[in-house]
Design a protein around this ligand. Sequence first.
Ligand code: T3D
Length: 261
Amino acid sequence: MSYQFIRFELSDQIATITLNRPDVLNSFNMLMAKELQNAIKRCEEPDVRAVVLTAEGRAFCAGQDLDEVAPAEKPWPDIRDIVRESYNATIKAIRSLEKPIICAVNGVAAGAGANIVLACDFVIASERASFMQAFCHIGLIPDSGGTWFLPRLVGLPRATAMMMLGEKIPAADAFAMGMIYKVSPEESFRDDVAELATRLSKMATRGLGLTKHAINQALSNTLEEQLDLEEELQGAAGSTDDYREGVRAFLAKRKPVFHGK
Ligand code: T3D
């Protein structure tokens, strides 16, 4: 598939997906959402061992393209279709990809854009980035998993305030309340993202993927269920070449060389 509204680059086993509608702050039309889902699916191939999701221009993403839902001619679209096809499918694709995804938040992330960020495994924000649950300003509820992720990340009081007041949260505040992994100064932002992506791309990819699988279940499983899941996933991790290499390297007091298998 060739892309109109995103870019996809693969280098040194790191896939970089760039949202590319900077004139409308990379807000999502349906095609951009489909392209993003397709690109994430492409990352299931073994030649990808880490993924960076970022965006072009001064913003990360302003959520739904509001021009698309308010066409000159009536009727308005059924919002449930948009939520299901654009956003639910994207969040499921991000969470089910068994590769680490770094979201490199280069600027403001609003509406669905803010919640796609939260679905990624690592969030590195530039110090000029900000996060906004903009939905309440147009009479909607937070979607794209926001009502699931936010209370778990920052607790109910702060999540409720963010979702009901829709204020812009600066990156430093988001970091302080445990919403994101890291804030980087503007000068080192891209290098910090590249360094983490390189590091992840050389790790035991299958083990990281299975870890992500366990994390997906962790916040809703009982301890009993999670122990059973760990047993099953550890069985899979323990049958990888990378596990054997990791143990041999440890015993030989050398650095392991993982191949993601
Ligand atoms: O169908 C459904 O609605 C269901 C799905 C819902 C999912 C959602 O994401 S709902 C939430 C939708 N998003 C928003 O409500 C955010 C709207 N945008 C903003 O609040 C602000 O733009 C920002 C806070 C993100 C940034 O503010 P600022 O001052 O830095 O930029 P700006 O001047 O507002 O925007 C710059 C341009 O981008 C501007 O166009 P212009 O005047 O230069 O021609 C603006 O209209 C355009 N833009 C920004 N956001 C959107 C957008 N165009 C279309 N859709 C947008 N979401």
